[in-house]
Design a protein around this ligand. Sequence first.
Ligand SMILES: [Mg+2]
Length: 256
Amino acid sequence: MIGALTGDYVGSIYEFNNTRDANFPLIEKGKEITDDSVCTIAVADAILSGISYGEALHEVCLRHPHPMGAYGSGFFSWLHSRKPMPYNSCGNGSAMRVSPVGWAFEKEEVVLAEAEKSAECTHNHPEGIKGAKATAHAVWFLRHYKNDLEGFKRLMSEYYPDWENFKKDFDSFNSLCQNTVPLCIQEVVRGTSYEETLRNTILRGGDTDTNGAVVGAMAGARWGVPSSLWQAAYQTLDEDLRMIVDKFLRKYQVVG
Ligand SMILES: [Mg+2]
């Protein structure tokens, strides 16, 4: 979860202005957390408070109606609807917000059931649900078995049998789960540290803040997050968001 918020922060300014600079600074003025982090913190709030994921997303996101990067149009309409209904999305929003589920629950089957619940209030398309389950499962697996890379690859193949062959042109912008999640799996498998994995992911262009959030969630579970990086992201959180994060990190002993 720390990894997701940090990945979102690091990728934030490149979402609409991708970078090819292999040495881009990870911490930089102008970077801040975006909608991805607000939604992630809303999922954490649901787990802490026991309200539904949909209610928590409304409460937290409506307190932060215009985050950097802005909410996707479908989510924005859902947020402001008098009668919010799932809208069959398979956008990567279900994957980018799910990481707290992978930290809060111990039993594998509970992680999967909660991941599905966290997605289905908006992203009830099968690929939207799959993206959330795969990401939460990855976080759960890597925090328990960080050295079992072969096991991780096998597990991810159950969701995306062809993940190793996923290709992305630098200039293509695609924000669907079925693109973001395989790309992030590839980078976590080939990376050797949190920073390197996040950097390599952002250098592939496209939806950099959300790709950063998803790969950051997985990489944080595998390697942890350097505290200077996490502190840079944390500094950009508003007070109410910090309170939820602090409570969640303490309660579930989150370290990545
Ligand atoms: Mg964003």
